[in-house]
Design a protein around this ligand. Structure first.
Ligand SMILES: Cc1ncc(COP(=O)(O)O)c(C=O)c1O
Length: 428
């Protein structure tokens, strides 16, 4: 394995742009002593292997280059800065951050976010909510409808542990089923009406929110606490002004639904919207109480390019903390390419193409489930030999995280945490 002195640095890709101090940042190992002095208070500090799944034991305090590749890494300095930036962005505003756990699927990370000032977490599915709740994170909003007796029973099981759990609804029959189950469990389930603000996925039309609210009001097992209006179609619009214009249209819809409910006498405590691409647009809108961004903790090559408020082409609000460490396993005698050990099972390709972080002039492509290629037209900035390692920025963080069992949290080249991804593969 290559030593840190040989190639133990990461230069942010051009697409990552000028993420302040992160550009050109080094990830040098500084001896074997772990420096956790900068770790946020309350962060889970997994420093003993007993908490680590057996296959991933023995790596704590080791050099990052000694990990078996492909390995999913978090640069802890960048990661913590990303969380601080997001939490600080709502300071002084009547808006909280409820990070979406669909990005990390890990109770350790959810707890860390909460310790740093977030309000609970979101989960897209019960399969994501389950490890959060059982891992001690009780204030969870499930952002997709929970439908059918099997799922509703599982929701009730989670509510027995976490009475604060909340779920969105967009259908009267589903609301009625949830209410019956909650009543049978002698509990009251908190619900938010999901409003379609333009994504045309789930959600009632804004004008129909009041009708559903009236139906929920008759159901003794439910407590209506507010609205969700997620504009997923707006998050990756390139250019801040264009993105803002579209997201404001979406926000107007959910705020109008809020006003309609209030006019009809309903109290609206929560209006939850937004993601990483629109966090600083949403939190400034009167009537919105909560933002639910997920990807900001990691970022990916897709988000890197959407543009910032200062009109720069790169999205520099958050740095690339997530990376996959890979190894060159073959170099053909002829041709301008090498083969690395990360293919379709290690790097998702659904939204954007992964990018090498510490080699310039190469393009990644999948060459099979277990193989990837780095190709070049002109010689890359460093020679790539069999055994060399390359850091890759995922194209899409959520779907790449879903491929791994653990995150290796790394600071200055040393493995400081091994965090299980308990929700990986759990789309149920
Ligand atoms: C309902 C909902 N809220 C929030 C998010 C977070 O979005 P992002 O990861 O872009 O911040 C998503 C992502 O798909 C989502 O589906």
């Amino acid at each position: 394995m290559g030593g840190v002195t040989r190639r133990g640095f990461i230069t942010q890709s051009a697409a990552a742009g000028a993420f302040g101090a992160a550009a050109g940042r080094v990830l040098h190992a500084q001896g074997s002593k772990m420096d956790s002095s900068t770790a946020p208070q309350g962060a889970p500090n997994v420093t003993d292997d007993a908490h680590v799944p057996p296959a991933y034991r023995g790596f704590l305090r080791k050099n990052v280059h000694d990990l078996p590749t492909p390995a999913l890494l978090i640069d802890l300095d960048v990661f913590e800065k990303n969380i601080r930036t997001m939490v600080d962005s709502v300071k002084g505003k009547p808006c909280v951050v409820r990070p979406h756990g669909k990005a990390h699927k890990s109770s350790a990370i959810a707890k860390m976010q909460i310790a740093m000032g977030a309000r609970g977490n979101c989960a897209a599915k019960l399969g994501e909510a389950d490890p959060l709740v059982r891992g001690g994170v009780h204030d969870v909003l499930v952002t997709a409808p929970v439908v059918g007796p099997v799922k509703i029973k599982r929701l009730m099981d989670l509510m027995a542990i976490a009475p604060e759990i909340k779920v969105v609804v967009d259908n009267e029959q589903n609301a009625s089923d949830l209410s019956a189950a909650a009543l049978a469990a002698k509990r009251k389930l908190k619900v938010l009406i999901d409003v379609n603000v333009g994504q045309n996925r789930t959600g009632v039309e804004p004008v129909d929110a009041e009708k559903l609210a009236q139906a929920i009001a008759k159901l003794k097992g439910l407590e209506l606490i507010g609205l969700q209006g997620y504009g997923g179609n707006n998050q990756h619009i390139n250019g801040f002004d264009a993105r803002k214009a579209r997201e404001m249209t979406s926000n107007e819809k959910v705020v109008a639904a809020r006003q309609g409910l209030e006019k009809a006498g309903f109290g609206v405590q929560v209006v939850s919207v937004g993601g990483t691409g629109t966090y600083n647009i949403d939190s400034e809108v009167p009537g919105i109480t909560e933002i639910q961004p997920g990807s900001f903790i990691f970022m990916d090559s897709h988000y890197n390019k959407i543009g910032s408020r200062d009109q720069s082409a790169a999205y520099s609000d958050f740095g690339n903390s997530l990376m996959v460490l890979t190894t060159v396993i073959s170099r053909p005698a002829t041709g301008s390419r090498v083969v690395i050990d990360a293919g379709g099972k290690a790097l998702s390709m659904d939204e954007s193409v992964p990018e090498a972080m510490d080699v310039t002039g190469v393009t990644y492509s999948v060459s099979g489930d277990e193989y990837g290629s780095l190709r070049w037209q002109n010689a890359p900035n460093r020679d790539l030999k069999v055994g060399d390692q390359v850091f890759i920025t995922p194209g899409h963080c959520d779907t790449t995280v879903n491929l791994y069992n653990v995150f290796f949290g790394v600071r200055k080249g040393v493995v400081e945490h091994v965090w299980p991804i308990e929700g990986r593969g759990r789309s149920d």
